[in-house]
Design a protein around this ligand. Structure first.
Ligand code: PGA
Length: 260
């Protein structure tokens, strides 16, 4: 059984003050609720993570995700953050290849693959390993031209190049059709299911049936508390990467307790 994983991607929203008030409200909402059947996390801006981390020391622990990481170990890379810095701070997941990074920061499949390799190297340390969340998905024009599967195949094949099956099994994939991100236009559960099922077939071709069966694949793109249940009911969808609807604590709480 693949455990669903819900990750809130705050993008460049919710600075330290907003993170503080989000924390206070979420902690109250969660109260004594056991969120054990779902893995969850918040990908906050780096500065806001500090606020969330400090609170978590003796209160609600929020598992944190980075929204990006640099592929180099250290050095003269102004403005960047390394894998070892994320490890040092106990970051649990890192999103790589988000379509906004591909579009606005020129991230190619080759760069995404380098970042993935840098993160997979952490799998050797039992305590400080970081789970990569590899995002992929087609543009609206590619969707209209029926190129979705072709694009997805290239992104997955090139993104996962030289990654071993045993490591791939620990990675999370996130299918995010770009036309559904921040637009309020969600893929229907059937559309998302079909592409994710095909992505699983692609993983089977790259690796084997066991890897395809084990790897978790999220859906992302205008997920909200009203559509999350139906999306999660699809057999191949193992969670969600949520932008807009993760900014508000009530809506985020409903998302991470969708199965209650
Ligand atoms: P959205 O963003 O939920 O606001 O559409 C999803 C994402 O970009 O991860």
């Amino acid at each position: 059984m693949r455990k669903p994983v819900i990750i809130g991607n705050w993008k460049m929203n919710n600075g330290p003050d907003a993170a503080n008030s989000f924390y206070e409200k979420l902690e109250k909402l969660i109260g004594k609720t056991e969120i054990d059947a779902v893995d969850w996390s918040i990908a906050a801006p780096f500065l806001s993570m500090v606020t969330l981390m400090q609170k978590g020391e003796d209160r609600l622990y929020i598992p944190l995700s980075a929204q990006n990481v640099n592929e180099n170990e250290s050095g003269a890379f102004t403005g960047e953050i390394s894998v070892s810095m994320l490890q040092e701070c106990g970051i649990e997941y890192t999103i790589i290849g988000h379509s906004e990074r591909r579009q606005y920061f020129s991230e190619t499949n080759e760069i995404v693959n380098k970042k993935l390799k840098a993160l997979v190297n952490t799998f050797v340390s039992e305590e400080d390993y970081i789970i990569p969340v590899l995002a992929f998905g087609e543009t609206e024009a590619e969707f209209d031209n029926n190129q979705t599967l072709e694009v997805v195949k290239t992104q997955l094949t090139e993104g996962l190049k030289d990654i071993k099956a045993t490591d791939a099994q620990n990675i999370i994939l996130a299918y995010e059709p770009i036309w559904a991100i921040g637009t309020g236009k969600t893929a229907t559960p059937e559309q998302a299911q079909n592409v994710i099922k095909s992505a699983r077939e692609i993983i089977k071709d790259i690796y084997d049936a066991e890897t395809a069966d084990t790897i978790r694949i999220q859906y992302g793109g205008s997920v909200n508390p009203n559509n999350v249940k139906e999306l999660m009911a699809q057999p191949d969808i193992d969670g969600a990467l949520v932008g807009g609807a993760s900014l508000d604590p009530e809506s985020f709480y409903k998302l991470i307790t969708f199965n209650k």
